[in-house]
Design a protein around this ligand. Structure first.
Ligand SMILES: NC(=O)c1ccc[n+]([C@@H]2O[C@H](COP(=O)([O-])OP(=O)(O)OC[C@H]3O[C@@H](n4cnc5c(N)ncnc54)[C@H](OP(=O)(O)O)[C@@H]3O)[C@@H](O)[C@H]2O)c1
Length: 227
């Protein structure tokens, strides 16, 4: 990464798809990286393969995991410059019309896609503010979706949670401006990942973006913000 800082980056959902591609590319660029996912074996396997990365086992949808994760992130990285809230839940699978969506599936989408990013960001605001005060880039990237904007039938729980995440990002960006902490929502586009295959099993993977390409675009954005 072409900045004069060694960036300290935390990524939720770092063992698959876009999150994994971000962990791989950021680690290769020399950033200090911590990542979170629920499956302990996959976390250990990614951390083993990508020497120097810190794999943390946790569930961002669980309130009780928030502070343990925040403390482990700041301890592992000795602070934090960039938080990427990437872990995601589709709601009901197969996707369902809202009238057929169980309340529990709706709640699960909100817990992972909205409350999780809210809580983890809040728990890490002190570290991000300290980064900004040290003249480092302090940035939160919330991974959203075009389903936040378009009313796709069947994507109600996911789309509502991502729309709320996007708006939360805009409000937080305004509120944190004076502290020089930036909060940005980014739509990575339709990617060939397990999440997409679960949502749209008939999609032709050849028509979808590679997660590595989306990761490159997000890292370019971080570089621009850091410059
Ligand atoms: N794929 C697309 O076409 C597409 C399009 C637009 C937006 N997006 C967004 O892009 C982001 C990445 O999606 P993806 O397709 O790369 O997903 P993915 O391949 O399904 O990967 C999801 C990652 O998140 C982790 N995870 C899921 N729930 C978690 C939780 N509660 N706590 C901690 N970690 C959790 C998973 O590991 P564990 O299961 O072990 O926890 C995995 O590492 C998401 O925000 C998604 O909404 C994707």
């Amino acid at each position: 990464m072409n900045t004069h800082h060694t960036l300290r980056v935390a990524i939720t959902g770092g063992t698959s798809g876009l999150g994994l591609a971000l962990v791989e590319q950021l680690a290769a660029s020399g950033a200090r990286v911590a990542f979170v996912a629920r499956d302990a074996q996959r976390v250990a396997s990614v951390a083993r393969r990508l020497a120097g990365t810190h794999g943390l086992v946790g569930d961002v949808s669980r309130k009780a995991d928030t502070y343990p994760l925040a403390l482990q992130i700041t301890a592992a990285l000795d602070g934090l410059d960039v938080l990427i809230n990437n872990a995601s839940h589709l709601g009901p699978t197969p996707l369902a019309l809202l009238a057929d969506t169980e309340c529990e599936d709706f709640e699960a989408a909100l817990a992972t896609n909205l409350l999780g990013p809210f809580r983890l960001t809040k728990a890490l605001l002190g570290a991000l503010g300290a980064s900004a005060r040290d003249g480092r880039p302090a940035l939160v990237i919330n991974i959203t979706s075009d389903a936040a904007l378009s009313a796709y039938p069947g994507w109600g729980a996911y789309g509502a949670s991502k729309a709320a995440l996007s708006h939360l990002s805009r409000i937080w960006h305004e509120e944190l401006r004076e502290h020089r902490v930036r909060v940005i929502a980014v739509d990575p586009g339709d990617m060939d990942t397990p999440l997409h295959a679960l949502a749209v099993p008939d999609a032709d993977p050849a028509t979808l973006k590679r997660p590595a390409q989306a990761a490159r675009e997000i890292i370019s954005l971080i570089e621009r913000e850091a410059a």
